[in-house]
Design a protein around this ligand. Structure first.
Ligand code: ZN
Length: 179
């Protein structure tokens, strides 16, 4: 069983801005390990601390590129360039996905669990995962990245999803519901 239950849309913790990490101690390492286990079990390619109810600025990810799981502490994204349309899902909004436009190329900086600075130029899918996770640290869910018409339809779908969840597990959307 996963160490954490993933918080779902409607949970107030998902709308709060998470606090900077000031200490990388044993408790933070344990949190990151438990987040990775929770992400794998979901399964997803990324998971941010608020999604497990922890108000700290870190996320974990695994792009299935044979480099394994990574942890980014206090991430910052700068320099968004270009446009990339991608059908995006979220483990906190299970079973739903939308085409969302975001910058294509971004520059991610932050720290790993050893305190080393991390600097990654990312684009496409990788850049999308980072932008999605950073949004979680700022209390933003993907439905807020939709235009007004999409958002109205999305709200209706989310309401239906929440009703259905009481009686049955969420539908699967394949590999899209990711982060
Ligand atoms: Zn998400």
């Amino acid at each position: 069983m996963a160490p954490y239950e993933i918080r779902l849309i409607g949970d107030p913790v998902l709308k709060q801005v998470a606090a900077e990490v000031t200490d990388v101690d044993a408790a933070l390492v344990r949190l990151a390990d438990d987040m990775v286990a929770t992400m794998y079990e979901a399964p997803g390619v990324g998971l941010a601390a608020p999604q497990v109810g922890v108000q700290k600025r870190l996320f974990v990810y695994d792009l299935h590129d044979d480099t394994g799981a990574h942890v980014i502490v206090n991430p910052v994204i700068s320099e968004g360039r270009g446009e990339y349309v991608f059908e995006e899902g979220c483990l906190s909004v299970p079973g739903l996905a939308w085409e969302i436009v975001r910058p294509d190329e971004i520059h991610l900086t932050g720290y790993d669990l050893d305190g080393n600075e991390v600097s990654i130029e990312a684009s496409g899918y990788e850049g999308r995962v980072f932008q999605h996770e950073l949004d979680h640290l700022d209390g933003v869910l993907l439905v807020e990245r939709l235009d007004e018409d999409q958002r109205k339809a999305a709200k209706r779908l989310v309401r239906e999803m929440m009703m259905e969840r009481r009686s049955s597990p969420p539908p699967s959307v394949g590999g899209l519901s990711f982060a």
